[in-house]
Design a protein around this ligand. Structure first.
Ligand SMILES: [Zn+2]
Ligand SMILES: [Zn+2]
Length: 260
């Protein structure tokens, strides 16, 4: 069973009430996996009832602030669970962090090193500066990174990625930030769930892209929502229903659901 927490559901917009920058967590067999770590994702996860001490890996699609701005804070909160009131042991020897850009990881850790107690932890932080391909596999999930054209390549290496995650016999795709033309390479022929950002395109354009490339998507989750959705969420929900029918959901912060 895959439990999904939509912790932050806004694109890199100005602040809107009740919506924070993008982050989703998957809980599988007691392990937590974060896909992107926008502002205050650790806080929202904790308040949503997720046991963030069981954070096993964090996967960052690309280094824009709305995807990485809450990473330091998430790691800080995890350590806090091992040192604060009612401290408990971190259950593993290391927490895995997947980020393409080494500078970003180094900056986050430098920030943390200057916080309380020099950020000394009873466990390690294990960075992975990934490229395209399968980047992670354990007994619960596998994660494959597929480049997107959202950011220009740097020194010949793609900087922005989507993730294809296989878990519990299902295929989930997290778009990261994406152009519609990337659907062709990012989406497998068929997937169970597509977490698609709406910050860079309209609902109808997403439908058009799916049809153009002949992909089968069983269920859509709209997240990383653009300002036009935040300003009229009810209107967006009606639009989604008219374009996609019942197999689509406009996500909000702090929702918890099982993958259908
Ligand atoms: Zn973004
Ligand atoms: Zn971006």
């Amino acid at each position: 069973m895959i439990k999904i927490y939509t912790l932050g559901t806004s694109a890199g917009t100005q602040p809107y009430p009740g919506s924070h920058h993008v982050s989703t967590a998957l809980e599988i067999n007691g392990s937590l996996y974060f896909i992107d770590a926008g502002e205050c994702c650790g806080y929202t996860a904790y308040l949503s009832g997720a046991d963030i001490l069981f954070t096993r890996a964090v996967f960052i699609t690309h280094p824009h602030m709305d995807h990485v701005g809450g990473l330091a804070n998430l790691l800080w909160y995890v350590r806090k669970m091992t040192t604060g009131e009612g401290a408990r042991e971190f259950p593993r020897e290391a927490l895995d962090i997947f980020v393409h850009e080494k500078d970003v990881y180094d900056a986050v850790m430098l920030l943390l090193k200057n916080t309380e107690g020099g950020f000394k932890c009873s466990y390690a932080h294990r960075p992975h500066f990934f490229e395209a391909g399968e980047i992670y596999k354990d007994e619960n999930i596998s994660v494959t990174a597929v480049p997107t054209s959202h950011m220009p390549p740097k020194d010949g290496s793609p900087q922005s990625y989507a993730f294809i995650i296989k878990a519990d016999g299902k295929t989930l795709v997290f778009s990261g930030d994406i152009n519609i033309a990337d659907f062709e390479t990012v989406l497998p022929e068929e997937c169970d769930a597509f977490f698609i950002e709406t910050g860079h395109h309209r609902i109808e354009e997403i439908r058009g892209g799916i049809d153009r490339y002949g992909k089968i998507v069983k269920r859509f989750y709209f997240t990383h929502n653009g300002g036009y959705i935040m300003l009229d969420k009810q209107g967006a929900k009606e639009k989604v229903r008219s374009v996609f029918g019942e197999n689509a959901k406009v996500c909000s912060d702090g929702e918890i659901f099982e993958l259908q």
